[in-house]
Design a protein around this ligand. Structure first.
Ligand SMILES: [Zn+2]
Length: 156
C-alpha cells in the first residue's frame, strides 16, 4: 500500500496543482488562508525554508529564510499519531524533539501545511477540489519544479 503522505513528501510538486485549485476556491469565496478557526486547532511553527534561500546558503547551518506554517499537533508519520514535542526557539526557527522518536524535517512541515490547507478547503467546499487521497498519475509541474520549491501562485 502506498502512503499518500510519503509520496507527497518525496515529490511535493505532485500537490502543487491541488494547492493552486484550493487557493483559487478560497479566493473565489473571498477567503484567505489561514482562517481564524484554523489557528485554534492547528499548531503554528516557524521553520527553515531552504526553497527561499539562495543556492549557496542551503548547506549552511544558519537559516537565512524561514516560514511560519500551520501543522498538526500529532506526529504524521505512518501509523504514529503521537503528540509532537514542544517547540522551542533556536535562533530564528523553532525546533522540537518528538517523544515517539520520529524526525520532523523543516521542509516536511512546509509541505504538511499545504496538505492541511488543501484538506481544509476540501472539507469546507466539498467537490470543489480534487480529493487529497487521489495522487495525480501525471504530475504536470514536477518537470519544472524542483523539490521543496514554492509554487508560483501568480500573486502580485
Ligand atoms: Zn511519530
Amino acid at each position: 500500500m502506498t502512503n499518500y503522505r510519503e509520496v507527497i513528501m518525496a515529490n511535493p510538486a505532485l500537490i502543487v496543482p491541488k494547492l493552486v485549485v484550493a487557493r483559487g476556491v478560497l479566493a473565489g469565496f473571498g477567503e484567505s488562508w489561514p482562517p481564524p478557526q484554523a489557528r485554534t486547532v492547528l499548531r503554528q511553527v516557524t521553520v527553515r525554508d531552504r526553497s527561499l534561500e539562495p543556492w549557496w546558503a542551503r548547506r549552511l547551518s544558519r537559516p537565512r529564510a524561514v516560514a511560519t506554517v500551520l501543522t498538526q499537533h500529532e506526529c504524521q508519520h505512518e501509523g504514529c499519531g503521537a503528540p509532537r514535542g514542544e517547540p522551542h526557539w533556536n535562533g530564528p526557527v523553532q525546533e522540537w524533539t518528538n517523544p515517539c522518536g520520529h524526525l520532523d524535517l523543516p521542509e516536511h512541515m512546509i509541505i504538511e501545511s499545504w496538505l492541511v490547507e488543501i484538506a481544509y478547503v476540501e472539507q469546507r467546499y466539498p467537490g470543489r477540489t480534487p480529493a487529497t487521497d487521489a495522487i495525480p498519475a501525471e504530475p504536470e509541474s514536477s518537470s519544472r519544479l524542483a523539490p521543496f520549491q514554492r509554487p508560483d501562485l501568480g500573486r502580485g
